[in-house]
Each structure stands twice: as C-alpha cells, then as structure tokens.
Design a protein around this ligand. Structure first.
Ligand SMILES: [Mn+2]
Length: 388
C-alpha cells in the first residue's frame, strides 16, 4: 500500500500541501561562507568527488520525496543538468513511490524523464547524494545512510521536532520564501552559466507552474523570472499536452461518486467519498468543487488503505486553509498547508466500511461546527446535494 509506509504523524497528502511560509522577505539565499550558492555547491561537489574512492568518482545520486510532484521532478532534472553539463559529472535520478496524478505521469512520459527505481539503487556506488524539494527529516523522504548527503535544495518549513537534530548537510539551501524548488535550481543554472536544454527547461517550467499555480500563489521575483525563462526555452506543444493529459477511466468513476455524495452547507462543500483507488482524487475533487459559485471552502476526503486523506481549499476572499484544517481535525491527525491549500491525514485502525464511516461522521460534525451549523434534534443537518 502506497501510503501505509509513511509515518502517520508526518507530512500529509501532496507535497504542495506541506507548510510553506507566507511572508516573503527576500528571494535571496543565506550566503555560504562568503560564496554565492552555486560556487559553494560546486566546491562541495568537487570536494565530495575527491574524497570518494577512485571507482565512485564522477557518480552522483539525486533524490526527492516519495510520490514526486512536478516541482520535485523538475528540480531533479535541473540538478542533473547542472552536474552533468556544468560540472562534468554523471547523475542518476531515483524516485520512490508511485506517481498517481495524470499531469505528473504525462510530464514523465512527454519529457522522457529517466527515473530509476529507488528500491533498486545501491547508494554505496555514488560519490554523494543531493536531495531536492524536501529535507531528510520529513516523513515521506528516505535518504540512504550509506552515502553522504552533500546538498539539499528546498522551500518547505523544516519539521519542528525537538527530539530530532537536523541531519548535517554541507550545502543546505532552504528558502522558505520561494514558490518552487525549481526556481532555486534555475538560479544555480543561471549563475553557473549552464545552458538549459529544452527537456530540462520543460521540467523546470512544469515545477514552477504547478507549485505556484502559474505564479498566482506563493511566488516572488525569482519564481517569475524562472517561469518566463524556462517557458521560453521549453517545447510548448509538450507543455500543453502535459497540462491536458488523458484521464484514466477511474477518474470519471470517482468524479461520479464524489458528485453524488457531495453536499453543500452554505459556503461549505463537503465531499467525503468513502474508499478511493487513487489518493490524488481527493485533492482533485477539492479543487473541482471550489470552482462552484457560492462555494467558499471545500473539505474533501477519502480512505486509501488505512489512511484517511483530506484536502481543504478556500477561495481568495475566505482566508487561510491551515487554521481551518486544524479546527476540522481537532487533534485527530497530521496536517499541513499554506495559503488557500491544506492537506491532512488520519491513521485509521483498519480499512473497514464502519471505521471509514465513523471517521467521516466525526469530520462532518467538526466541519459543520466550524460554520456554526444548527443541530436538528442533536443531528447535524443533511445539507443540499449538488445534483439537486
Ligand atoms: Mn515544491
């Protein structure tokens, strides 16, 4: 089961739903011992290469979080381009977990991304590991112990766990003010004057596009520059195809199911869908229902294995998603979010119908409490079916 191996109290749902910082004081990274980031990275990679035994030299491994999204995949390709074209090294990109969302699958297929399966990788064969769009302390991230992690690039708030010291990484570039990790990686390519090929440009562009919703959220000056520069260099036909991928049949099955069970309670649409085959459906349905006129926020949820997955969306006028998710969960699971997006996860005791139904009853009651819905004889109101 894809999600059961994750730690229940760790980072929820899709990576875009992890916490970001909303304020953006600047787009600049912390200086690295007086060097600009790309110089420090170059030095770090060369030093790791020199330290490595002869037979491992020139071989580097690039990793990201489980179930990579476009920003993760794009950042992997950007680092691949930097290390191969810029530093003359060889790079293996390895990914862990399945890719479910149709856009992400289309990105891998159309851009012909070469991804190795992490399970088949022997990390001892590399001179160093570089990590993108995540940090070793996140629950959905696995970093091998038998190879040195030399660099990481990310834009997520580090998990604040007092029991866990952050792993030592020589080149740690975490910019909380950045919309996409791909924008950070783009800056390295630009500063190192490495030409960006069409494929890498397409991958970086997709990462920035989907993490910032075409620069409409969490984006700053560097995101904007990187978005336009990479789009200019990318193959536009492929970019268009990735944005409108063919959808699998089960998408329509789950859409039909969600439409028949979703209910409107004033500004809130609740879509608690029971079991799903594709965990990405939850976020997709939340996005889809938010577009309904009169809807200011959506709580969508479904069970996948013994995890109950939640996505919460709010519109621009309504306010932030993160505190709302906190109230809905009321201590029951883990969650994260930024801006108008939040994701959550509750570990269920099992995947029985009755267990799922009771989780959904609890969630429905607390969502209705948030909007102050009046109980009728102690029972929450039914709400209005969207298909009526
Ligand atoms: Mn990202």
């Amino acid at each position: 089961m894809e999600f059961s191996t994750r730690q229940a109290d760790q980072v929820p749902t899709t990576p875009a739903e992890q916490p970001h910082q909303d304020s953006r004081p600047s787009d600049k990274a912390e200086p690295f011992a007086g060097l600009v980031p790309h110089e420090h990275l170059h030095r770090t990679v060369l030093a790791a290469n020199e330290r490595a035994p002869e037979e491992l030299r020139g071989q580097f491994l690039v990793l990201t979080h489980r179930g990579p999204d476009p920003d993760a995949l794009g950042a992997c390709e950007g680092i691949r381009c930097l290390l191969t074209t810029g530093y003359g090294m060889q790079v293996t990109v390895a990914t862990l977990g399945q890719i479910h969302r149709a856009e992400n699958l289309a990105m891998v297929r159309h851009l012909e991304l070469e991804l190795e399966d992490f399970e088949g990788i022997d990390a001892k064969q590399y001179a160093g590991v570089l990590l993108v769009d995540t940090q070793p302390e996140f629950g959905h991230t696995v970093v091998p112990e038998d190879c040195e992690l030399i660099a990481l690039f990310d834009h997520h708030v580090p998990p604040n766990d007092p029991d866990q010291e952050p792993r030592q990484v020589e080149h740690r570039d975490v910019r909380l003010n950045q919309g996409a990790t791909c924008s950070i990686v783009y800056e390295y390519l630009r500063e190192a004057k490495v030409p960006i090929d069409t494929k890498t440009a397409g991958a970086l562009f997709c990462g920035i596009r989907y993490d910032t919703a075409d620069l409409s959220r969490n984006s700053g000056d560097l995101d904007e520059e990187a978005y336009h520069a990479t789009f200019h260099l990318a193959n536009r036909e492929l970019i268009a195809e990735i944005n409108n991928p063919p959808l699998p049949r089960h998408y329509y099955v789950e859409l039909a199911g969600a439409l028949t069970i979703a209910r409107q309670h004033g500004p809130l649409v609740l879509a608690l869908m029971g079991k799903v085959d594709n965990p990405e459906s939850v976020a997709e349905m939340a996005d889809f229902f938010l577009r309904m006129k009169g809807c200011s926020w959506v709580l969508a949820g479904a069970a996948f294995g013994d995890d109950y997955i939640l996505s919460l969306r709010t519109d621009y006028a309504f306010g932030k998603a993160y505190p709302l998710m906190s109230r809905v969960l009321d201590g029951a699971g883990s969650f994260g979010g930024h801006g108008h997006i939040a994701g959550g996860r509750i570990k269920l005791d099992d995947d029985k119908e009755s267990t799922i139904r009771s989780a959904e009853r609890m969630l429905r009651a607390s969502a209705l409490e948030v909007i102050g819905a009046e109980l009728e004889d102690g029972i929450p109101p039914e709400g209005r079916l969207l298909t009526e």
